[in-house]
Design a protein around this ligand. Structure first.
Ligand code: NAD
Length: 483
């Protein structure tokens, strides 16, 4: 079943509140990963187009920064309401360009909308400090000001939520921005910005550009000294390139990068809860999530039962077109993703892993890989060290708590970890020792607009969501006052 969607399927760039063609008039095709058919196109921006977007954001900056927080709050609240109003149409669009199952897409839209609601509430809570200097001669007054024009770069795996998780705090803080979404899923970003305009976001406050030459347009933007902030979500590899670039202009950076989440199950865990948690942590978005459980470490006494039950649940999932409401697992984003997942599974099997479910791509149109569970996975299997970004769960047995912690920490990443145990003291002890920005204890999900989302080690810098998310778009101004 393919739902009609009311949002436009051919998009120009959105600059200064107007839809405008790119300098060259060229477009980029957008494909449906379920069918490999073209479903739309977006304008292909050049560096000159990108600088037009900087002009628009810079011109709107002072006016937006001077807007009363209450007014910004009310506009953001309206963005939330409009996104909820259009949730079904947006979900259908996300399913079509990203491939994820409609149920996942709907959940994403509602999650994405929550960032507008949360930051509508935070916009009126910009506080400062006042204190006496220790020497007694002055007062220390600290206030928070918007950092300025921001470049927001987002990935394809959560095309709505990764955009709103940046736009909402930027606007709440009083910043204007240029959003550059991934070329795989640009239609959602344009649909969101259309709603923002309807909600009353003034011209130039949010600009959207798409480009087949991401590095050229980003470099042009980052070389413009009016740009003061880079907020990036994507791979660690690209994050490193952008950090180097941002260093030249000493631009304030927030980086949400890759993950390699361990999922640790102790033998005292509630196994039903652990299986339910594993299904969410692994299969939300078909495994294409930075928070996806990448390595399952299960204590010996329950390992065989856990692996069998997980294989049975994974094997029962309905795999199909993203927009078909019966689908529980859609396609991967493109052919390269299927090839990568296939290579990782084949490598593990070659090194001794056993397949309990799946283990192969589906032979049909679209980019499908079957939900897969592997057991007896050897320590040198590549998929334990790399982000799988697909529906594959490798299970590894451990014996002692210390061993589980060491295995969990044996990665350059540190985004999120999952721990299942009925012993709360052990759960908290292990949570404290795992090197990650977030831990889900007896849960398969951490994402919450009211919580600080982010990683340590090579998983990133800074936090999104909570009050922290807004501070990423603000700078502390210290005024030393002779009272
Ligand atoms: P990616 O790094 O390839 O691309 C992300 C964005 O950067 C896209 O908009 C892309 O066009 C742009 N880009 C690519 N090369 C660039 C360059 N040289 N200069 C400037 N921009 C460039 O990532 P992806 O494949 O779109 O997304 C998957 C990755 O994102 C995974 O590693 C995943 O873990 C990560 N991710 C992290 C989080 C988080 O919150 N930590 C959330 C979602 C996804």
């Amino acid at each position: 079943m393919r739902n009609a969607t009311p949002v436009p399927i051919a998009c120009d760039l959105f600059i200064g509140g107007r839809w405008t063609a790119s300098e060259t008039g060229r477009h980029i095709d957008v494909l449906d990963p379920s069918t490999e058919k073209t479903i739309g196109s977006v304008a292909d921006a050049t560096p000159a187009d990108a600088l037009r977007a900087v002009d628009a954001a810079a011109q709107a900056a002072d006016g937006w920064a001077a807007t009363a927080p209450r007014q910004r709050s009310e506009i953001l609240r309206r963005c939330y309401e409009l996104m909820v109003r259009d949730a079904d149409a947006l979900a259908s669009l996300i399913s079509r360009e990203n491939g994820k199952a409609l149920c996942d897409a709907k959940a994403e839209v509602l999650y994405a909308a929550e960032f507008f609601r949360w930051f509508a509430e935070e916009a009126v809570r910009i506080q400062g400090d006042i204190g006496m200097a220790p020497g007694g001669a002055s007062r220390i007054v600290v206030q928070y000001q918007p950092v300025g024009v921001a470049l927001l770069i987002t990935p394809w795996n959560f095309p709505a939520a990764m955009a709103t998780r940046k736009i909402a705090p930027a606007l709440a803080a009083g910043c204007t921005c240029i959003l550059k979404p991934a070329t795989e899923t640009p239609l959602t970003a344009y649909a969101v910005v259309r709603l923002l305009a309807e909600a009353g976001v003034p011209d130039g406050v949010v600009n959207v550009i798409t480009s087949s030459t991401a590095s050229k347009v980003s470099n042009a933007i980052l070389e413009d000294r009016r740009v003061r902030k880079l907020s990036f979500t994507g791979s660690t590899e690209v994050g490193r390139i952008l950090l180097r670039k941002a260093a030249d202009a000493v631009i304030n950076c927030s980086m949400e990068l890759g993950g390699n989440a361990p999922f640790v199950v102790f033998d005292d865990a509630d196994i039903d809860a652990a299986i339910d948690g594993a299904m969410v942590a692994k299969m939300r978005n078909g495994g294409e999530a930075c928070t996806a459980a990448n390595r399952f470490y299960v204590q010996r006494a329950v390992a065989a039962e856990f692996a069998q039950r997980l294989a049975s649940r994974m094997g029962d999932l309905v795999v199909g077109d993203g927009v078909d409401p019966r689908t529980q697992c859609g396609p991967l984003v493109n052919a390269a993703a299927v090839a990568k997942v296939g290579a990782l599974v084949d490598d593990a099997v070659r090194k001794g892993a056993r397949i309990l479910a799946g283990g192969r791509a589906l032979e049909r149109d679209g980019h499908f890989y079957l939900p897969t569970v592997l057991t007896d996975v050897p320590p040198d299997a590549d998929l334990l060290g790399e982000e799988i970004f697909g529906p594959v769960a490798p299970v590894v047995v451990f014996d002692r708590e210390e061993e589980a912690i060491a295995l969990a920490n044996a990665t350059e990443y540190g985004l999120v970890a999952y721990v299942f145990t009925r012993d709360l003291a052990r759960g908290l002890r292990v949570s404290e020792r795992i090197e990650s920005g977030m831990v889900a204890l007896n849960r398969g999900l951490v994402s919450d607009p009211a919580a600080p989302f982010g990683g340590v080690k090579q998983s990133g810098l800074g936090r999104e969501g909570a009050h922290h998310g807004m501070l990423e778009f603000m700078e502390a101004k210290y005024i030393s006052v002779a009272w």
